[in-house]
Design a protein around this ligand. Structure first.
Ligand SMILES: CC(C)(COP(=O)(O)OP(=O)(O)OC[C@H]1O[C@@H](n2cnc3c(N)ncnc32)[C@H](O)[C@@H]1OP(=O)(O)O)[C@@H](O)C(=O)NCCC(=O)NCCS
Length: 288
């Protein structure tokens, strides 16, 4: 999942769109399959961030015109997707962007870490992973990304190289002071335990915009949640999340946050059942 503050992507162009009562400032970005901001964004996109638009009273028609301008400009540059970030409680803005043809795409969601989760079936053992688990961590992180690319409308690439996931695994394993890498194993008494799932949680300083949305100074950020396809729906994800929540509570982190794609049929019910509520909604429109 993308690190919201440490993207390697560079804006390739800034362009301002102004009408009577609405304005959008878009950052056009392109990246390769090997860049780290890989989970939610297509290889080229125009991002209109939370602080980069404004809508005056009764300006829905202006929003529509702004989006049409942006669409034309993006198409000229070979941009694949327009993404606009909106605070989830801003109903008029959500309505205006939806009326202009954008659709809910992904959310930044937050839950309290007050121990709300329950483990339905304790089939697995959850433990903290180490460097000896690197290959499995790489495989499960890749499986999550492929699932999202194939099974959701995220528009992400299926061609991200293994080296990208190896680099992410090394980052996580090299930062165990503020990251926990949790794996769930089969609890079979015989044979070699098989790793079924991975959850990575990072002790993260909340950005100013996130604090403005009610997040505390620090929060636990779930960077990856991945249960291998054959093991899903049996309680492995629940067991991993219970351990993730306990880690957050142990570090005094009152809130847990993550990003998910709204049409991820596995993730959306899983996170909402665990108390996660959207704080920021990203609306998207395909170009071309
Ligand atoms: C999301 C995920 C981590 C959940 O782990 P899991 O082991 O399957 O989940 P559990 O068995 O502990 O919990 C099942 C719950 O998850 C939800 N769920 C899981 N898979 C689902 C599916 N295919 N369709 C609908 N709901 C699903 C349900 O809410 C279910 O509720 P229940 O407890 O009432 O049965 C796992 O399904 C997964 O890895 N999915 C693919 C990758 C992914 O989408 N990762 C999350 C990115 S944000």
């Amino acid at each position: 999942m993308p690190d919201r503050d440490q993207t390697e992507q560079r804006p390739i162009e800034r362009e301002e769109f102004r009408r009577r009562a609405a304005s959008l400032l878009a950052r056009f970005r392109s990246h390769t399959d090997a860049d780290p901001e890989w989970t939610y964004l297509s290889p080229s996109y125009a991002l209109v961030g939370l602080d980069e638009w404004s809508i005056g009273d009764g300006a829905a028609a202006d929003v529509d015109a702004c989006i049409r301008d942006l669409h034309r400009s993006a198409a000229r540059r070979g941009i694949q997707r327009i993404v606009v970030e909106v605070v989830a409680s801003d109903a008029p803005a959500l309505a205006a962007f939806r009326a202009a043809g954008l659709r809910d795409s992904s959310v930044f969601a937050v839950a309290s870490s007050a121990g709300t989760s329950s483990v339905r079936v304790q089939v697995d053992t959850v433990r903290t992973a180490g460097t000896e688990d690197r290959a499995t961590i790489v495989a499960l992180a890749r499986e999550e990304a492929l699932f999202q690319a194939v099974s959701t409308s995220a528009g992400t690439s299926v061609h991200q190289p293994v080296a990208l996931f190896e680099a992410l695994a090394d980052d996580w394993l090299g930062d165990l002071g503020s990251t926990t890498v949790l794996v769930a194993e089969t609890g079979l008494p015989t044979g070699r335990p098989e790793i079924l799932g991975l959850m990575v949680v990072q002790d993260t300083e909340s950005a100013a915009s996130e604090r403005g949305l009610g997040l505390p100074e620090r929060h636990g950020y779930i960077a990856v949640a991945s249960v291998t396809a054959t093991a899903r729906g049996r309680g492995t994800g629940s067991a991993l999340f219970a351990a993730a929540e306990a880690w957050c509570v142990g570090r005094g982190l009152d809130a847990i946050a993550l990003d998910y794609i709204v049409d991820n049929a596995a993730a959306r019910p899983f996170w909402s059942a665990r108390g996660f509520r959207p704080v920021v909604i990203r609306l998207a429109m395909r170009v071309g």
